[in-house]
Write a protein that binds this ligand. Structure first.
Ligand code: SF4
Length: 121
């Protein structure tokens, strides 16, 4: 039942993304109303798909996993200084157009100047 699994995976991913410092695997399956075995399989699937990282941790004397999302929320703050936001050509700018983000020197320069900052932040 791929439809059901995809819905469940999305719910789990949302739960994991909403937890700022990761969520314990046991907490995830309890909150989704799953058994320990179902929760473990779900977490393994998400890890195999590259959606999450699972770190083994000792919790209340038992080994479990801490789940962290590899997806990150994107905020408007990350593009607030982008040259596109104050560009007169923005209406004519698209891939294959008169102006293009692919070849724009302003955008390229802005990305190069800010990429180190984003990696650190
Ligand atoms: S990619 Fe360049 S030309 Fe296009 S909107 Fe951004 S700054 Fe303007």
């Amino acid at each position: 039942m791929p439809q059901r699994n995809n819905g469940l995976e999305e719910k789990a991913l949302r739960l994991i993304m909403e937890s700022e410092n990761g969520i314990l695997q046991c907490e995830m399956w309890k909150r989704l109303g799953l058994s320990s075995r179902e929760g473990s399989r779900l977490a393994q699937r998400l890890e195999e798909k590259g959606e999450i990282e699972r770190d083994r941790v000792l919790y209340e004397g038992r080994w479990t996993y801490k789940l962290n999302s590899k997806r990150r929320h994107v905020s408007l703050a990350s593009i607030k200084d982008s040259p596109c936001l104050r560009c007169d050509d923005i209406d004519r700018c698209f891939e294959g157009g008169e102006r293009s983000p692919i070849s724009c020197e302003y955008l390229t320069r802005w990305i190069m100047e800010n990429s180190g900052e984003r990696r650190r932040g």
